[in-house]
Design a protein around this ligand. Structure first.
Ligand code: ADP
Ligand code: ZN
Length: 598
């Protein structure tokens, strides 16, 4: 039997473990259970794959993502690992083959859909074979509160009773305490050792700007990532289709994805995203869980997510390979109003609604913060980043602020004197002294506030209102369309007891200046060679029917560009090149490098 470290080096071609991996693997090697909370891209899979190889018997991996199982298995095959999957997509003959291999002890890893694993037939089969461990991936699927809930996950506690001597590991990237507790109780993992990796994703650059002309802004952002794969999230199904169509017209390779699409179309679009090099997926949140494509270079939000947790999880799909990636978002007051109205329409207790409101406010706070966004994000998850990160828009282009005390008083007074019954458009008209039908209809031209804010543009006033809502000074009424009402927090502001500073929104001119910070750093030392290596990878991937990243990651290709190895031993020293891949692909890549340098 090989040791975990040998397997890491020989099979995976990686020189060292990342921080909690070694401890997690030791725990399983000792036959104990583990609960792992690690951000996306942290390296969860190795935590169960390596002990499955190092312990006698087969490792059984529970995963809800049937559509992705075959790809996971193919990727393991390229590493020389004996893996298979069992799910409803296989025909009877294929199932018999896999079961036969399992009985014969010819499998290191078996991926099983939860609904299949809990069937008596499957459990009886497992009774008869030696098992290395059970891994329960995406363990937050046991949570009835999350939108990934799977009823079959609730039955997985059977594993503890039926296989008490087989160690179990549950893994998730979901951070909050409630989910953690639910996983423990529902999966009978009370005594499991817990491992929490830091939630920082230093290679992701966070950028949030004001929504002006969202499509044009998006296109401007996408132009900084030519040929890169990425995800664009939208709130509605229709918007994903419209946006994808618009991007295609503009020459981008974009595809829509949402739960309402035909299953075949969904599967095809997902497969293209995984297999081709630079597809932009325009999707609702139905897309993303379990997509372990490592080279997603950006995640863009055209609509604000409802919570910081969701934002973190969705943006976390960028840059799993550790290479520079961007989380980009545009947001505006309209997002807040729309989300609040969706909440109002949702059923649930008052306490539940209040909790939702607080989570939305935290998300707004992250949008409006004028200091380091990464510090704010990590603080939300209870982590402290000692200094500003230097890799978010606020760090790279510090935000100017202005004393908005007087403006805030005017804006609040306009809302108050009009009876707290109007939305932002009308309030801005009142402040600016516009002669509109609505103003005359309600006699608002006679208010003392009428026209007091003529010196500011309507854009500036909208900015003031947005920040007052985000700061909790104004509430968006749930019963009327976007009516703004004062909250108790306004009192000291109106009395002049406190000051307030506002973010100076980057206008259209400033937006282009800010764009410089979006440029991904040029970290490819030899772009011509890099493209040649990519082409080689594409051909090999197509021949094997696997996604290109399964052959080698971009990071590995970049290391080849830098080191330009001329022989197999030097190629083997590059991270990501293990024994099997060296045998299979080494000669092809060396030939490209040789041709380029020779
Ligand atoms: P997660 O499931 O936590 O999102 P993965 O298991 O997909 O993350 O790992 C993310 C990426 O990091 C993968 O491409 C994986 O090959 C790579 N990786 C994991 N562990 C290591 C390591 N110790 N050294 C180098 N790369 C690693
Ligand atoms: Zn920062």
């Amino acid at each position: 039997m090989r040791s975990p470290r040998q397997i890491l080096e020989e099979t995976f071609g990686y020189p060292s473990f990342r921080p909690p991996q070694a401890d997690i693997i030791d725990t399983l090697m000792a036959g104990e259970d583990a609960l792992v909370l690690m951000p996306t891209g942290g390296g969860k899979s190795l935590c169960y794959q390596i002990p499955s190889l190092a312990r006698p018997g087969c490792g059984v991996v529970v995963s809800p993502l049937i559509a992705l199982m075959q790809d996971q298995v193919s990727a393991l095959h390229t590493l020389g690992i004996r893996a298979a999957c069992l799910n409803s997509t296989l025909d009877a003959a294929a199932v018999r083959d896999v079961e036969g291999a399992l009985r014969a002890g010819a499998l290191d890893l078996l991926y099983v859909a939860p609904e299949r694993l809990v069937q008596e037939r499957m459990l009886a089969l497992l009774d008869d074979v030696q098992l290395a461990l059970f891994a329960i991936d995406e363990a937050h699927c046991v949570s009835q509160w999350g939108h990934d809930f799977r009823v079959d996950y609730l039955k997985l506690d059977v594993l503890a009773r039926r296989f008490p001597r087989v160690p179990r590991i549950a893994l998730t990237a979901t951070a909050d305490e409630r989910t953690r507790v639910e996983i423990r109780t529902r999966l009978a993992l009370d005594s499991a050792r817990q491992f929490v990796a830091g939630f920082d994703r230093p290679n992701i650059r966070y950028r949030i700007s004001l929504k002006e002309n969202p499509r044009t802004q998006l296109a401007g952002f996408l132009e900084t990532y030519p040929g890169a794969a990425g995800i664009v999230y939208c709130l509605s199904r229709k918007k994903t289709e419209d946006t994808a169509a618009w991007l295609v017209e503009r020459g981008f390779e974009a595809l829509p994805y949402h739960a309402g699409l035909d299953a075949a179309v969904r599967a095809r679009n997902q497969a293209r995203f995984l297999r081709e090099d630079g597809i932009i997926m325009v999707a609702t949140i139905a897309f993303g869980m379990g997509i372990d494509k490592p080279d997603v270079r950006f995640v863009a939000h055209l609509d604000m997510p409802k919570t910081v947790e969701a934002y973190y999880q969705e943006t976390g799909r960028a840059g799993r390979d550790g290479e520079p990636a961007t989380a980009w978002m545009v947001y505006g007051l309209q997002d807040v109003i729309k989300l609040r109205q969706m909440m109002a329409a949702s059923t649930g207790s008052e306490a539940h609604r209040l909790a939702e409101q607080q989570r939305l406010n935290a998300m707004l706070g992250l949008c409006e913060v004028v200091t380091c966004r990464r510090q704010a994000l990590l603080r939300y998850f209870g982590e402290v980043l000692p200094g500003p990160c230097g890799n978010c828009d606020n760090c790279l282009d510090p935000v100017a602020t202005w004393d908005g005390t007087e403006a805030a008083q005017m804006a609040l007074s306009a809302a108050y004197r009009t009876g707290q019954r109007f939305g932002v458009n009308h309030l801005v008209d009142v402040l600016r002294g516009e002669d509109t039908d609505k103003v005359r209809q309600f006699g608002h031209q006679r208010l003392p506030t009428f026209g007091v804010g003529a010196a500011r543009s309507s854009g500036e006033w909208r900015s003031v209102y947005r920040q007052l809502v985000a700061g909790g000074y104004l509430d968006v009424a749930l019963d009327r369309f976007g009516a703004l009402g004062l909250t108790a927090a306004c009192r000291p502001l109106l009395k002049g007891e406190t000051d307030i500073r506002f973010r100076r929104d980057a206008g259209r001119g400033a937006a282009s200046a800010r764009r410089t910070s979006a440029m991904p750093p040029a970290d490819v030392t030899d772009p011509v060679l890099f493209e040649a290596l990519r082409a080689c990878r594409r051909d090999l991937a197509a021949a094997e029917g696997v996604p290109p990243y399964v052959i080698f990651h971009d990071r590995t290709l970049k290391a080849m560009c830098a080191a330009k190895p001329s022989e197999l031993a030097a190629l083997r020293a590059i991270s990501g090149v293990g024994d099997r891949k060296l045998d299979k692909y080494g000669a092809a890549f060396l030939a490209i490098i040789h041709g380029h340098t020779g």
